[in-house]
Write a protein that binds this ligand. Structure first.
Ligand code: GLA
Length: 728
């Protein structure tokens, strides 16, 4: 109750100037621990009165007179022009105003969710907005989005079309977002909300998570805390350009707006057509940032935001950093032998296997020419899929289906299939030749679908595809979209991509697909409904990975995070790290390897074999458990995290030394998520080759002791690491 009072009290200033109107139109949208109250009275505007803990009753809100009374979707032209609009249109006749009032409210439900739909109509124009709130009953997430349609005399231009808007009473509220770049993705940034507008956006065109990611958290009780305090999470489920704004205005509110970036995409919508904005997933927790993360993880796994969210992923070897473009049949078969001998289950042949007229020996040619390079692979893919089957492992393959190179047969035959501006020189990306295909064009969509379909039809044993995207949109123009629809390109590109992915998923529901975009450029919930996992980063240096994976886990569950054991010294940091540290860091997500096994030392092979075999006993809990980030490497010399299964009978704890200075203080680690009344026995896993387990191995403690008193985890040197299994 205290927390609710805090919200309500701080909103008082706004409300003294207004009165709360009748409560008869009050709608409660709720999950087990989160609720939103909406005022939806026919003929009136739609208002958000409350968002927070579900325990707030509408009666108490009414009696306290503390409803927020915020426009649910502030539209330009309605009464309060001091608010930033979440919706702004240019009507067919040039009118720029909207006065939307509630027309009707309906609900629908399925096994896991209940959806409230509020239909609003403009007072003057034949323009309709439908606002959706989908409340998941098995995860504390409410998705909100809109549908925009009209029957005006001509096209309507959508100048801004956010998916959602919420308000929070002003206070000591902090914004957490993830910032980064190639090889350093997902670095958390925390900032106190101050008057003004904070904007997080991406304008890459194809990928949207390299620089700033489309997910944020708001901590409502002061500086962000991992374990306690009220926190709101918001994830825009869109793979393209986005715009998230937090504005703090003189109305004593913080406003959060999130949607497709309208900057270069003032979408042109014809009469009779409907535009659906991508979902904005909202969550609320009183267990701080950790609670927000666990809510998102559960929703992602169970509510279809990841293609096969409850699937447990195989352990793989990817060829990229091992052999780059130097693919030969002999090398690939040998790598399969190697991963099999270490206990792996899947081999993925990365870039370099294709090209006929133009060879793919570097990154400047052949994208789009998806035929086997028979100089490298004289017996085709069949020899490889047969080879995998004979070894008892699965086979996967890399493609970059949305792209081409100017040096390719595809571009020679279909120069108009690349995004381009007639009369302007082409700007080329990777390799000095890479271009993005025009996925607004149904013919190009069909080509991309057929690329995958033909490959899988001819090679039914392909079990896994790594789908890469290594270029931004640099040529803003489409030969397919008409001159007066060029504003639609960024959006239609992603709608086209979704259509292709939907077709692929319909025919190949069991295919495992990884999304990749020069590393972690596609960490977003717009693309994940079609993919099983994502490539977290091209940086496999284990030290930097601890930090990248830490931030990525703010929003994404462990089974989605592809984490590979690489070489030491590592090519892009020069850092030398022990093989055990590399293994332990990779084991906290979907474990894999990315190196040439024939160059491994005997010690490295033995340790990797131990890690792979131990991981098999742990992965169900790692990939599907509830994640607790216990000690933060950004503020401590160690990182500690743990995963606990739903029944609280099995847990896995990972501890990494990220800095070693003599006399550094390493905190005692208090565990979380366990049953206080149960006893847990600790077993050290992935024990260093030739060493004995640490003194905690085999000891039994109560859940209460582990959570209240905690453990001193021995990590006494640079890159020391430990993995413990806890069994009830
Ligand atoms: C991108 C990916 C890498 C690898 C290369 C291949 O950079 O992120 O993992 O697949 O492309 O060219």
């Amino acid at each position: 109750m205290n927390s609710i009072r805090t919200i309500l009290t701080s909103s008082l200033l706004l409300l003294t100037a207004t009165t709360v109107s009748a409560w008869s139109g009050q709608i409660k949208v709720s999950t087990p621990h989160m609720a939103m109250y909406l005022h939806a009275h026919e003929g009136e505007d739609l208002r958000l009165d409350y968002m927070g803990a579900t325990s707030a009753s509408s009666l108490e809100l009414e009696e306290s007179g503390d409803a927020l009374q915020a426009a649910a979707i502030p539209a330009f032209g309605t009464a309060d022009m001091t608010w930033l609009p979440a919706l702004q249109v240019e009507h067919a006749n040039g009118d720029l105003n909207l006065e939307l009032v509630v027309d009707k409210v309906s609900t629908s439900s399925d096994a896991n969710s209940k959806t409230t739909i509020i239909t609003m109509k403009d007072k003057l124009q034949p323009f309709t907005l439908r606002i959706f709130y989908k409340a998941f009953q098995n995860a504390d997430v409410i998705e909100t989005w809109t549908e925009i349609s009209h029957h005006e005399k001509g096209a309507v231009r959508l100048r801004r079309y956010d998916s959602g808007h919420i308000v929070i009473p002003q206070g000591d509220v902090w914004l957490t977002h993830l910032h980064g770049t190639w090889s350093a993705e997902m670095m958390p940034v925390n900032e106190r909300l101050a008057p003004g507008i904070t904007e997080i956006k991406n304008t890459d065109g194809t990928r949207n998570a390299h620089l700033d990611a489309p997910e944020i958290m708001l901590s409502l009780d002061g500086e962000p805390n991992e374990h306690t305090g009220r926190a709101i999470g918001a994830a825009l489920c869109w793979g393209g350009n986005y715009d998230i704004r937090v504005s703090t205005m003189e109305n004593k509110m913080h406003h959060l707006y999130a949607g497709i970036d309208p900057q270069s995409s003032q979408y042109v919508l014809d009469p009779g057509k409907t535009f659906t904005t991508p979902p904005l997933a909202l969550t609320y927790s009183e267990e701080g940032m950790g609670g927000v993360s666990r809510n998102f993880h559960r929703w992602a796994r169970h509510d279809g935001m990841v293609h096969d969210g409850t699937g447990v992923r195989p352990i793989l070897l990817n060829s990229w950093e091992g052999i780059y473009f130097d693919i030969t049949e002999e090398r690939i078969l040998k790598m399969m032998d190697d991963i099999k001998s270490m206990g792996g289950e899947l081999f993925v042949m990365d870039d370099g296997w294709f090209g006929r007229k133009y060879e793919r020996n570097t990154d400047n040619a052949a994208l789009g020419d998806w035929v086997v390079d028979t100089k490298k692979l004289p017996h085709g893919l069949k020899a490889l899929t047969d080879g995998a089957r004979e070894r008892g492992i699965k086979f996967g393959i890399w493609l970059e289906p949305e792209m081409t190179n100017t040096k390719s047969e595809l571009f020679e035959q279909h120069p108009d299939w690349a995004l381009q501006v007639k009369g302007r020189e082409l700007k080329k990306g990777r390799g000095g030749t890479q271009l993005v295909l025009d996925l607004t064009n149904p013919k190009v969509q069909d080509f991309v679908y057929r690329t995958i379909d033909n490959l899988l039809t001819a090679n039914p044993d392909i079990a896994y595809i790594k789908w890469d995207a290594n270029a931004p949109i640099q040529n803003y123009g489409s030969t397919y979209e008409p001159a007066d629809r060029q504003d639609n390109i960024y959006v239609d590109y992603h709608l086209g991509l979704q259509k292709v992915l939907q077709r692929i998923r319909k025919k190949y529901p069991k295919l495992i697909m990884q999304d990749c975009a020069s590393g972690g450029g596609r960490a977003n919930y717009g693309i994940l409904p079609y993919f099983d996992e994502m490539w977290v980063s091209d940086n496999n240096d284990p030290l930097q990975r601890v930090f990248i994976q830490w931030g990525t886990s703010y929003f994404f569950p462990a089974n989605v995070m592809a984490q590979h054991i690489a070489t030491s010294p590592y090519y892009n940091t020069g850092r030398v790290t022990p093989i055990k540290f590399r293994c332990d860091v990779a084991m906290s997500g979907r474990l894999g390897m990315e190196l040439q096994p024939s160059k491994m030392t005997e010690e490295e092979r033995r340790q990797a074999t131990t890690a792979i075999n131990d991981y098999k006993a742990l992965r169900q809990t790692v990939q599907q458990g509830n994640r607790y980030r216990l000690v933060d490497p950004y503020t401590h010399p160690v990182a500690v995290l743990m995963d606990v299964d739903d029944s609280r009978s099995h847990a896995v704890l990972f501890a990494y030394r990220v800095r070693y200075l003599y006399n550094d203080v390493v905190p005692r680690v208090r565990l979380q998520g366990l049953d206080p009344a149960a006893s847990y026995t600790l077993h050290e896993r992935d024990v260093k080759d030739g060493e004995k387990s640490c003194s905690l191995d085999g000891k039994t403690f109560s859940g209460r002791f582990l959570m209240d008193v905690g453990l001193d985890i021995p990590l006494q040197k640079d890159y020391a690491s430990r993995v413990f299994e806890l069994t009830r």
